[in-house]
Structures are given as structure tokens and as C-alpha cells.
Design a protein around this ligand. Structure first.
Ligand code: FMN
Length: 189
């Protein structure tokens, strides 16, 4: 069977983003687990803030359509997002809102895993709860129960961008193997 295809979507474009760093680590771990991982940046899919009048005049933006195609080309998606005021940062929420204007296929058709990194002790738990509300309850995504939360993320990586703490490594591995297992099961005829 071909390797499971996993799309990694960071919810931050910041040059020094901790979540982009975590996404890089996740991509390398997925490769070690035999998955075919693709990491994207939402900076490559620029779209205006969602506005119904803009949509009526112009339709769905081309970058949104390209992003939808990326999601549909993968068996699984991992969202790696910061938490903004206890919820989803606008960059990511806007992309999800625009994508949903084309229907729920990018969300319903694949398995989702969640990860969050924060320099605070909170670790981004609340953004993952908010993402479950949005992706699962509103858009029908199947999100696995294992998730990865990285508190004090500014101190969690070595110079090569790898996680150093054994508990973090174990917890992330549980999420990644859980995701690959579910995606493999769903691909069976
Ligand atoms: C508008 C705003 C709101 C934030 N709210 C939270 C929050 O609710 N919880 C939290 O842990 N960190 C919060 N932070 C801090 C972010 O976790 C921190 O800036 C993080 O580094 C952003 O992710 P990034 O490094 O991937 O860009 C907030 C930051 C901003 C700019």
C-alpha cells in the first residue's frame, strides 16, 4: 500500500513561529514513520478577510481553490496552530471559512490531527478545543482523540529544531501513529 499522505498546515506565518518549528519537527517524524508528509505555509495562499459582498462579486479566490485541492490530495491533515485569546488565529480561521464556501469535502473526506505550541504554560489546549468545534461539529471532519500540546515551546527545541523532552516526544508520537493508523483504516475498500 502507498504511504499515507499527510498535509501539515501551520496556523502561523511568523518568521520565528514556534508552530512552524513544530510543524518542521512533525514532518521529519512522519517521514521516519513511513508517511508521505507535505508541509505548506498559508503565506502561499493569500486571501482577503471573508466578506459576503466580495464573494458575490468575485467568487471563491484562486488561492482558496488551490488550498482546497491540497487538502483533497491528502489522506490526513495535521493543523499546528497557535492560540490567540483562547481561540483560532484569524489567518487559519479565515482560510477555513473561505474553504467551507466550496462545501465540506476537504473536511469530511479525511482524518485530522491537532497540535499546538505556545510559549506559555497553557500550551494551546483551548485552540485545539476551538478547532474541534469548528472542524468537527460544523464541518464534519474526523479528528482523532490524541492531540499534541507544547507548553513553554520557546524552550522545547534543540538547535536543530527537534523536541528534547521524552514526554513530549512520546505524546507527539502517539498522535502521529494514531493518525496514520486511522488514515490507513479509512483507505481500505
Ligand atoms: C493576539 C494574540 C493573542 C494571544 N493569545 C494567546 C492565548 O490565548 N494563549 C496562549 O497560550 N498564547 C497566546 N498568545 C501568544 C502566542 O502563543 C505566541 O505569540 C506564539 O508564539 C504565537 O505562535 P507562533 O510562534 O507560532 O507565531 C497570543 C498572541 C497574540 C499575538
Amino acid at each position: 500500500m502507498a504511504p499515507v499522505k499527510v498535509l501539515i498546515v501551520p496556523g502561523s506565518n511568523r518568521s520565528a513561529s514556534l508552530n512552524v518549528k513544530l510543524a518542521g519537527h512533525i514532518a521529519r517524524q512522519l517521514a521516519l514513520l513511513g508517511a508521505d508528509a507535505t508541509r505548506i505555509s498559508l503565506a502561499d495562499y493569500p486571501m482577503p478577510i471573508y466578506d459576503g459582498d466580495y464573494e458575490a462579486a468575485n467568487g471563491i479566490p484562486d488561492p482558496t481553490r488551490k488550498l482546497i485541492a491540497q487538502f483533497k490530495a491528502h489522506d490526513a491533515v495535521i493543523i499546528v496552530s497557535p492560540e490567540y485569546n483562547g481561540s483560532i488565529p484569524p489567518l487559519l480561521k479565515n482560510a477555513i471559512d473561505w474553504m467551507s464556501r466550496d462545501g465540506v469535502a476537504p473536511f469530511r473526506g479525511r482524518v485530522y490531527g491537532l497540535a499546538a505550541a505556545s510559549p506559555s504554560y497553557r500550551g494551546g489546549l483551548r485552540v485545539m478545543i476551538a478547532l474541534r468545534h469548528c472542524l468537527e461539529f460544523a464541518l464534519g471532519a474526523l479528528i482523532i482523540p490524541e492531540q499534541f500540546m507544547l507548553p513553554f515551546a520557546d524552550k522545547a527545541f534543540d538547535a536543530d529544531g527537534a523536541l528534547t523532552d521524552e514526554q513530549h516526544i512520546k505524546s507527539l508520537n502517539a498522535m502521529l501513529t494514531g493518525l496514520i493508523e486511522r488514515a490507513t483504516l479509512l483507505r481500505r475498500p
